[in-house]
Write a protein that binds this ligand. Structure first.
Ligand code: PAF
Length: 291
């Protein structure tokens, strides 16, 4: 089976229109490339939900802030195409910045899921989620998928996309795929490449800190919850700092809204973003409170 590769909007749109005319169900995994086992797992999640699988590879300049890693973001198109061929992905959309945004390299129209912009990662990456929502909206308009899969590792991104799809009545089903981890518990990410071998060992501790907080929140009664959470967050941040992380945030939130948790929130998420060496790592643990 060959992978069809399209570099233009017209090319991929013609392909997906043809599939729609044949009543085939189109599944979509948008990526920025440098595909690793975590991405491949997204296709495993997608496959039972569609007849044709489309991947996009586009490092989207709109979602990188000044001084972020847009220039050095790993671009490995040949190797990515090989992996997509192996897993029998049907079509790849890999546009240039010009092909997506024209010669100005930007979009005058922006999509903003306002209450998420300045929360958690949004507070540290100005404009990031506006860039994500804008490009995902545009990719959905181009590819016209029936269903799209996003990793739960980027928990806030998934919440932004679900909100956008609901608010704008977009007719695409969104599936969240559980975070793919290596044997040490480290969540797979293209940015793990910025870690040295020693830092990778430390990075695996991030997940342990999150699981520890989840377990203790689960054991707390309603009346102790608030003080338990604030102690756990303070201790968790101190633990991370001792290990060499520079945490941007560590928090427990309502998993559905990402609003601050309350005793009535049953579905919770422990979220973290922390810098280690040259990498900024994000991770989360999503759970339903047991008591
Ligand atoms: O998660 C990513 O790789 C990107 O944010 C996405 C969803 C492909 C949009 O550029």
């Amino acid at each position: 089976m060959t992978l069809e590769v399209h570099h233009t909007i017209a090319g991929i749109a013609a392909q997906t229109h043809e599939w729609r005319a044949q009543r085939l169900r189109i599944g979509f995994v948008p990526t920025m490339g440098n595909l690793h086992d975590g991405h491949i797992d997204l296709f495993r999640t997608l496959r039972p939900h569609c007849d044709r699988m489309v991947c996009s590879i586009f490092a989207n300049p709109l979602q990188f802030g000044e001084g972020e890693d847009f220039g050095m973001y790993p671009r490995t198109l040949e190797a990515d195409m090989e992996r997509l061929t192996e897993i029998e992905c049907d079509s790849l959309f890999a546009p240039s910045v010009d092909a997506m945004y024209g010669l100005l390299g930007m979009s005058h129209t922006k999509v903003s899921v306002k209450h998420m912009n300045n929360r958690y990662c949004g507070a540290f990456r100005e404009g990031h989620f506006i860039g994500v929502a804008t490009v995902v909206n545009k990719l959905f308009n181009i590819v016209l998928p029936h269903v799209a899969v996003f990793g739960e590792k980027d928990f806030q991104q998934l919440a932004v996309i679900r909100q956008m799809v609901s608010d704008l009545s977009m007719s695409v089903d969104i599936i969240g795929s559980p975070t793919y981890r290596d044997a040490s518990g480290l969540a797979l990410s293209s940015r793990n490449q910025y870690l040295t071998a020693d830092e990778k060992v430390v990075a695996a501790e991030l997940y342990k800190v999150l699981c520890d907080i989840r377990n203790k929140v689960n054991r707390a009664s309603d009346s102790e919850l608030e003080s338990t959470v604030s102690n756990l967050i303070a201790n968790g941040k101190a633990r991370l700092e001792e290990m060499g992380f520079r945490p941007d945030y560590l928090d427990v939130a309502n998993a559905l809204t990402l609003a601050p948790f309350s005793v009535d929130s049953r579905e919770l998420v422990v979220l973290v973003a922390a810098r280690l060496g040259k990498a900024r790592l994000i991770d989360n643990v999503h759970f339903v409170r047991e008591r």
